[in-house]
Every structure is written in C-alpha cells, then in structure tokens.
Write a protein that binds this ligand. Structure first.
Ligand SMILES: N[C@@H](CCC(=O)N[C@@H](CS)C(=O)NCC(=O)O)C(=O)O
Length: 204
C-alpha cells in the first residue's frame, strides 16, 4: 500500500502508525496542490492511503483506524468493549475536529479573511491561539488521565495523531513545552525509534 504524505503534516501520524504496525507500505511524497494529486484526493489534502482498492482512502482519523483494524496484533486500536471503543472514537474525533482545525487560521490566515492586508492576516493568525490553547489543555487532561498516553494508558493511534499536531505549537507564543503532561509525552514520543525514523525520512 502507498501512503501519500507531505513533510510536517498530519499525514506523518499515519506513517508512524504504519511503522508501529509493522505494515508493508511505501511512503510517497505528494504535492497536495497539484492536479495530479487532486485525482488521488479531490480535497487536495494529505494523507491518502492507496490499498489498491476502487479509490484511495482519505481522512487521517479514518486511515489511522484502518491501520489499527488491519493490524490487530499491533494493539493500536481500542480496548475490548463498546465504551472503550467509544472512548477512542471520541478522542480521535477531538483530534481531527477540535485540535487540527484550531491550527488552520494560524497556518492559512488568508483563507479566513477577505482583507489581504498584513495587519488583517496577523490578526487572524493571533486569533487562533485561544482555540489552540483550549484544545491543548484538553489534551493535557487526557494525558494526565491516561498516565502519559492519549488513550487508556497505552500506545495507540491517538498518540501518533496527537504527536504530529502538538509539534505545530513549536513556534507559537505558548509552545507544547508549557504544558507539563504534553512535554513528558513529547519526550517519550521523540525517543521512540519509529517516530525518529519517520521524522528523519519525511525530510528526504
Ligand atoms: N480532514 C482532513 C484534513 C487533512 C488536512 O488538512 N491536511 C493538511 C496537512 S496537515 C493538508 O494537506 N493541507 C493542504 C491544504 O489545506 O491546502 C484529514 O483529517 O485528513
């Protein structure tokens, strides 16, 4: 299977999960704005996963779940039971629909205003900080409850997903270093061999 990614993006979460799962895959660098890539994902975004099916899979959270489900021995998915499955689903939804979008005005302020002036773009960027902080504080609480893991005290797809987005706070006025639980989580994740491999390989 082929994972389409771009450096620094949320697609790296899928790459880390593929490594953790011991999957047989190829990582393909994509130019997400290109016409060629739009034929792979009409939404012009990474990640996309091609498993040789009728169409390419898209949406990071869904792809991560697929990786976990297709490699059950790697125990990257939820624990047994309806409520446990709900909790992972809830956490993945939080990451995909609260944490991730909180960054959009920061990275792409021009999409959130019709005023093209520098001052307007700066204001939009700065408006992102409060939503990012709100989501980071929620993640901080999840990690405290999970003993340093995002989901139920053990490694899961949620760790990979949270890790790549937390990195985006690096150059913000309030970076991940200012959240004690997240800082410990980042220390553990950056020491992980698969994470180190992916973070190096994505630069190539
Ligand atoms: N809803 C999609 C969003 C994916 C997404 O926004 N990916 C970013 C990288 S983190 C991207 O490709 N952005 C390109 C763009 O917005 O032009 C998902 O969760 O997979």
């Amino acid at each position: 299977m082929k994972l389409y990614y771009a450096p620094g993006t949320c697609a790296l979460a899928c790459w880390i999960a593929l490594e953790w799962a011991g999957a047989d895959y190829e990582a393909v660098r994509a130019d997400y704005a290109s016409e060629e890539y739009k034929r792979i994902n009409p939404l012009a975004a990474v990640p996309a996963l091609d498993i040789g099916g009728k169409r390419t899979m898209t949406q990071a959270a869904a792809i991560l779940q697929y990786i976990a489900d297709s490699h059950p021995e790697s125990r990257l998915g939820s624990n047994e039971g309806l409520e446990n499955a709900f909790e992972l689903n809830e956490t993945m939804s939080f990451l995909a629909s609260d944490l991730h979008p909180a960054f959009w005005p920061f990275f792409m302020p021009y999409r959130y205003t019709t005023d093209e002036s520098e001052a307007a773009l700066k204001a939009v960027k700065e408006s992102a900080y409060a939503r990012i902080d709100r989501a980071m504080l929620h993640l901080e609480n999840l990690l405290a409850a999970g003993g340093g893991y995002v989901y139920q005290g053990r490694r899961s797809i949620a760790d990979a997903y949270a890790f790549v987005m937390v990195r985006w706070t690096e150059n913000l006025p309030k970076s991940w270093r200012e959240y004690p639980e997240i800082a410990k989580f980042m220390e553990r994740m950056t020491a992980d061999q698969a994470v180190q491999y992916v973070m190096q390989a994505q630069k190539a």
